[in-house]
Design a protein around this ligand. Structure first.
Ligand code: NAD
Length: 494
């Protein structure tokens, strides 16, 4: 079995106490790798390396062009190793290989390239002070050491989404992937080393959230936390990052995405995009469309098409390019998904399809769950309010768009929302009313690295991606310089 160590200060190291753990393939529940297991001491070691690199200015004081060159070298190395990265991504997450090859790895490479080029674009502003021999200029500076904590659903993509803007802007980083899926992020360390990065700029450790993750949150030498994960842990992150001193925090949390299908919509297109919305990555997507608001006029036709298509989805061998759905991340997640479905049925929801583990041998050994649709759901049921993070869609019938939007917004989350209609006025109005970080109109769950991504309400704080996202990693300094001969006090004291 392949072994993986931590990447600290450009060296491959074991954990301080020598402990390791096994990473498991969710499609078989068999171990695939042995990985060093971090505790507080390992976090401390990684933070020291990042702190020293930052304080020496060996990265932050490089020209943006130079940082870009290092990052572009990494992007080239990622391209060369994309097959290997995709294979590991699928092995450790249980997602179909086609998704790893077409989505996860290309997105990660694109993040490296995009933010590399953004490193060249960091500029300031000048504010005129008329009539004085003085000028006011605003500079954007790195925070220092960024602690990045990411989840397991898109391991390399979400790691690069935070690592790349952090280093492009001159910060140094301690990166902790989910302990379920550390391998592709650790492999990135090999490419950082090969690209010739100075030591300590990027440090990668792996370990559980309540020890290693918690140690990152509480470390006094970390200046900023970028966290992607669940709402429950996000709340802990916000609390913990207030002490012993205040850290800058960006939170990318969960969602409960509404999908509104208006009576005039292109039904085939909407059905297609909804299936992507709740079945992509087995439904383990933060912005998944998990609540369908379906107009009563098209209810029967839409449901018939939807259910026929969902029943034909191919679950199975994650390494087979024709597989459309793989396995959930672990048994605990499988049980959680199943318990939400069972409870919904007990509370009066009608099971339309799915609702059980996929038990066709040899896949019965993995954490496969059939794509599931529940109707007769009311908005106050737990299945309509809480993030299930599996392939489960709840359906609510509506008569009036205003009412549908009210219900769509009636959740603590506000990450993504979708509406399908052929009427641009309807789309414009709905987009204005929907309380979400992203609104998709006649499309679904697509995202571009150039555009800001993030959530309203309990779905997060701040934005990742795009020029708005990159600013999260920069602190703002206002500088006022007097260049006149005689000091002329602005407030009149002479
Ligand atoms: P999680 O919150 O359990 O874990 C996320 C990360 O936090 C992991 O690295 C974990 O080890 C760490 N962690 C756990 N407990 C911690 C603690 N007490 N202190 C510090 N770190 C801790 O989430 P998950 O189950 O890995 O991922 C699924 C969740 O992530 C879903 O809620 C999903 O919606 C969300 N997500 C959000 C986005 C987004 O962009 N908004 C993207 C992907 C996933």
């Amino acid at each position: 079995m392949q072994k993986f160590k931590f990447f600290i200060n450009n060296q491959w190291v074991d954990s301080v106490d020598g402990k390791t753990y096994q990473v498991v393939d969710p499609s078989k529940n068999e171990p695939i790798a042995e990985v060093a297991l971090a505790n507080e001491k390992d976090v401390d070691r990684a933070v020291k390396a990042a702190r020293e690199a930052f304080d020496k200015g060996i990265w932050s004081e490089l020209d943006g062009d130079e940082r870009a060159e290092y990052m572009l070298k990494v992007a080239e190395l990622m391209k060369k190793r994309k097959k290997e990265l995709a294979r590991w991504e699928t092995l450790q997450t249980g997602k179909p290989i086609k998704e790893s090859e077409d989505i996860d790895i290309p997105y990660s490479i694109r993040a490296m390239e995009y933010f590399a080029n953004q490193a060249r674009e960091i500029k300031g502003e000048v504010i005129p002070i008329p009539g004085k021999y003085a000028f006011d200029y605003v500079t954007y500076e790195p925070y220092g050491v960024v602690g990045s904590i990411v989840p397991w659903n898109f391991p390399l993509h979400l790691a690069t989404r935070t690592l790349c803007p952090a280093i492009a802007t001159g910060n140094t980083v301690v990166l902790k992937p989910s302990s379920y899926t550390p391998i592709t992020v650790i492999l990135l360390g090999e490419m950082i080393l090969e690209a010739g990065f100075p030591p300590g700029v990027v440090n990668i450790i792996s370990g559980p959230g309540d020890t290693a993750g918690n140690a990152i949150l509480r470390h006094p030498d970390i200046d900023m936390i970028s966290f992607t994960g669940s709402l429950e842990v996000g709340q802990k992150v916000l609390e913990a990052s207030a002490r012993p001193r205040i850290k800058k925090v960006v939170l990318e949390l969960g969602g409960k995405g509404p999908f509104i299908a208006e009576p005039d919509c292109d039904i085939d297109g909407a059905v297609n995009s909804l299936i992507t919305g709740f079945c992509l990555n087995q439904g383990e997507v933060c912005c998944a469309s998990t609540r369908l608001f379906l107009h009563e006029k098209i209810y029967d036709e839409f449901m018939e098409k939807l259910v026929t298509r969902v029943k034909s989805l191919k679950l199975g061998n994650t390494m087979d390019p024709s597989t459309q759905m793989g396995a959930l991340i672990n048994k605990k997640q499988l049980e959680k998904v199943d318990s939400y479905v069972k409870e919904a049925i007990k509370d009066g929801a009608k099971l339309v399809c799915g609702g059980e583990k996929y038990n066709v041998p040899p896949f019965d050994k993995g954490n496969y769950y059939k794509p599931t649709i529940l109707e007769n759901v009311t908005n106050n049921m737990r299945c309509a309010q809480e993030e299930i993070f599996g392939p489960v869609l709840v359906v609510l019938k509506y008569k009036d768009l205003e009412e549908a939007i009210k219900l769509a917004n009636d959740t603590r989350y506000g990450l993504g929302a979708t509406i399908w209609s052929e009427n641009p006025r309807t789309l414009y109005w709905a987009a204005k009313k929907l309380d979400a970080g992203t609104v998709w109109m006649n499309t679904n769950v697509m995202s571009k690295i150039e555009a800001p991504y993030g959530g309203n309400k309990d779905s997060g704080l701040g934005r990742e991606d795009g020029t708005i996202g990159i600013k999260e990693y920069l602190k703002v300094k206002n500088n006022i310089l007097f260049v006149g001969k005689d000091y002329d006090n602005f407030y009149g004291f002479k």
